[in-house]
Design a protein around this ligand. Structure first.
Ligand SMILES: Cc1cc2nc3c(=O)[nH]c(=O)nc-3n(C[C@H](O)[C@H](O)[C@H](O)COP(=O)(O)O)c2cc1C
Length: 212
């Protein structure tokens, strides 16, 4: 083998190792945060019914959006509805699936349709994946009737989202009769320097104090 060919093989091998190490680090941090978040989520009072006027619907893979959802529900005295999904769970497989599914606007969710007729306001939340809200909440938005409801989208993310995906979400809500009120979000920071559970909760409280 020629000298330059050996160099090329080394370069490819080292790049592959770097990618594998990065993926292992991301999935490891995700799983750690998930466990920490679950401990904090357990401290919320067990699902008390809200006042029946406000509903918080959410999908959360590693618990950050769930923290935001639980806090919103506590402050607004809302009912809470977690969306279950067969894909995108915590761990390597779920992470790869999340990357692959990120651009979709449909997903396998339970429940898919909900009787929203008694509610005035529906909060809908998810993580941001590849700059857009996760497909689980697009699926919820597409399959439900929001006639006469105020709808507030909320997201957690590491760094950024693309406004055009928020516009897409807004359009779906409006097509299904809803009044899209606003987008609340919390940026947790880049991996390795992210906000902890208490900071997410405090920030959510502040967001809800802003007039809307
Ligand atoms: C597949 C994947 C893609 C992501 N893409 C983005 C992104 O485009 N922008 C961003 O700020 N964060 C991104 N993130 C980070 C998540 O939005 C962030 O960790 C979020 O708080 C996770 O919420 P959860 O714990 O409720 O699942 C991504 C995470 C995953 C797993």
């Amino acid at each position: 083998m020629m000298g330059w060919q050996k160099m090329l093989l080394w370069a490819i091998g080292l790049s592959l190792l770097a990618v594998l190490a990065a993926v292992a680090a991301i999935v490891g941090i995700d799983s750690y945060q998930y466990r920490q978040n679950q401990k904090r989520i357990e401290r919320f009072a067990p699902a008390e019914a809200g006042d029946g006027k406000t509903l918080v619907v959410f999908f959360s893979r590693s618990g950050n959006t769930e923290l935001m959802a639980r806090k919103i529900a506590q402050i607004r005295r809302a009912d809470v509805l977690p969306l279950q999904s067969s894909r995108n769970q915590i761990g390597l497989t779920g992470w790869i699936q999340a990357l692959r599914d990120a651009r979709s606007t449909d997903a396998d969710i339970t429940p898919r349709t909900v009787d929203l007729s008694g509610y005035d306001t529906v909060y809908i939340g998810s993580p941001v994946w590849l700059y857009s809200p996760a497909p689980q909440i697009y699926a919820f938005a597409r399959n439900n009737d929001f006639s006469g409801k105020n709808v507030i989208l909320f997201n957690t993310m590491n760094s950024k989202f693309e406004p055009r995906y928020i516009d897409d979400f807004k359009r779906i809500i409006e097509q299904n009769g809803g009044n899209f009120k606003k987008h609340l979000y919390f940026v947790r920071g880049r991996m390795g320097q992210q906000a902890d559970a208490e900071t997410i909760l405090q920030h959510t409280e502040q967001l809800l104090q802003e007039p809307h």
